[in-house]
Design a protein around this ligand. Structure first.
Ligand SMILES: [Zn+2]
Ligand SMILES: [Zn+2]
Length: 135
C-alpha cells in the first residue's frame, strides 16, 4: 500500500517537473527518478491522479492526451509546429458556463479553451532558418 502511494507521488512529481507532458514523456521522466516503476504502473497512476483531480488531462486534437500538474481551470495555447502547450495568462471565466447553459438546456460543469497557432520560439526559428526548412 505504502509502495503504491510512493509510486503515485513519483508520477505526480514527474508530471509537475515537465511542461504539459504526454503519458509517454511522464514515463521517461519517471524512469530517471525510479527505474523500478514500469510503464503500466505509470499509466495507471496517471489515470488515478487525473480521476482524483490532482492533475488535469488535456485533450489535444490529433495528438496524444497531455497532462498538467496545475489542476485549476486555465486556458491553453497549442503550437501547431512544435506541439508544445503553453498556459495562457488569461483569467478563467466561469461565467461562460452560466451564459451558455440556458441556451442549450444542458448542465455545464466546465469548459476548456485551446488557442492554436505558431509559438514565438518557432516563429523566431523560422526567421533564422529561412523559409521552409522546419522539420
Ligand atoms: Zn512552437
Ligand atoms: Zn496548463
Amino acid at each position: 500500500m505504502r509502495r503504491n502511494t510512493a509510486q503515485r507521488q513519483t508520477v505526480h512529481r514527474a508530471v509537475a517537473l515537465l511542461d504539459h507532458p504526454s503519458a509517454e514523456a511522464v514515463y521517461r521522466q519517471v524512469k530517471e527518478m525510479d527505474p523500478q516503476i514500469g510503464l503500466a504502473t505509470v499509466y495507471r497512476n496517471i489515470n488515478i491522479l487525473a480521476e482524483e483531480g490532482q492533475i488535469q488531462r488535456l485533450i489535444v486534437p490529433g495528438q496524444a492526451e497531455r497532462y498538467d500538474a496545475d489542476a485549476r481551470d486555465h486556458y491553453h495555447y497549442l503550437c501547431d509546429t512544435c506541439g508544445r502547450i503553453y498556459d495562457v495568462k488569461m483569467p478563467y471565466r466561469p461565467e461562460l458556463n452560466e451564459e451558455f447553459a440556458p441556451g442549450v438546456g444542458q448542465n455545464i460543469r466546465t469548459h476548456t479553451i485551446l488557442f492554436q497557432g505558431v509559438c514565438k520560439e518557432c516563429r523566431q526559428k523560422e526567421d533564422e532558418d529561412g523559409s521552409d526548412s522546419t522539420l
